[in-house]
Design a protein around this ligand. Structure first.
Ligand SMILES: [Zn+2]
Length: 138
């Protein structure tokens, strides 16, 4: 079975380590949306041993901290679904009360029309904060 997260980075690569990587996703509705992707193809958290599970979650929390600092969202959503791409990854999603789907998951039916978020400055800042936070994982 071809796997898009084995075959491609899965977004703009902002950090790459031996076990995992962090990408920024170009979603116009959700600027600053990041994914933390385990490099090896496994489907479930329990496919990892405890050390690797902890390593993955520490990266997720580091990304969450960076997203909070740079984008100051109303809420963070952490999600690991993998129904469409069964390759272990976590979504770190900055949510705003006026975003397109709030208070529902970003994959649900839109609640309101898309608003044009001009947050390029914040996303640029996020790249800087992510690089600093994730340098500790190197
Ligand atoms: Zn894969």
């Amino acid at each position: 079975m071809p796997c898009e997260l084995c075959d491609s980075p899965g977004g703009e690569l902002v950090w790459q380590g031996p076990d995992l990587r962090v990408v920024l996703v170009a979603d116009p509705d959700y600027p600053g949306l990041c994914r933390v992707i385990w490099n090896r193809h496994v489907a479930e958290m329990t496919d990892l041993d405890e050390v690797d599970r902890l390593r993955l979650m520490r990266a997720v929390f580091a990304v969450e901290s960076a997203v909070r600092r740079a984008l100051v969202p109303d809420k963070i959503n952490l999600a690991s679904l993998g129904n469409q791409v069964p390759h272990l990854h976590w979504h770190v999603i900055p949510r705003r009360r006026d975003d397109r789907h709030f208070p529902h998951p970003i994959w649900s039916a839109p609640q309101r029309p898309a608003f044009p978020p001009s947050r390029e400055d914040r996303v640029a800042q996020l790249r800087t904060v992510l690089a600093r936070e994730l340098a500790r994982f190197a």
